[in-house]
Design a protein around this ligand. Sequence first.
Ligand code: ZN
Length: 137
Amino acid sequence: MTSLASFTLKSTRKHEWIPITAQVQRILAASGITEGICVVFVPHTTAALTLNENADPHVPQDLQVALDAITPDRPEFRHAEGNSAAHAKTSLVGSSLTLIVTQGSLLLGTWQGIWFNEYDGPRTRTVHVRVLGESGE
Ligand code: ZN
């Protein structure tokens, strides 16, 4: 079995970490697939996806500080849009996640959550979710 679904979200700031675990889990549940793989993908060049702690809100804030430190705006950047630092963050963090599905749920660590990362907001963004597997019944 396979299922493809998408949803949109609106970022409200230039840099924003938006938790999307619940949306992805809802799409997984609607697919009826209980054992398999879930691929989450964003079709954007200045946004990304990552797994990280979803308990302490200081963690995503600190991760953004760390990303800003390693991808500052540089006078050497030539991209006319002026958002090369955002493009760099996207390439470093990545555009997709591959997750294990078992017993109808995402197999995540206790503290792990799926984060949509906005690096050049505010914008309306799209997230695609492909689920591959079997119903197990
Ligand atoms: Zn650009």
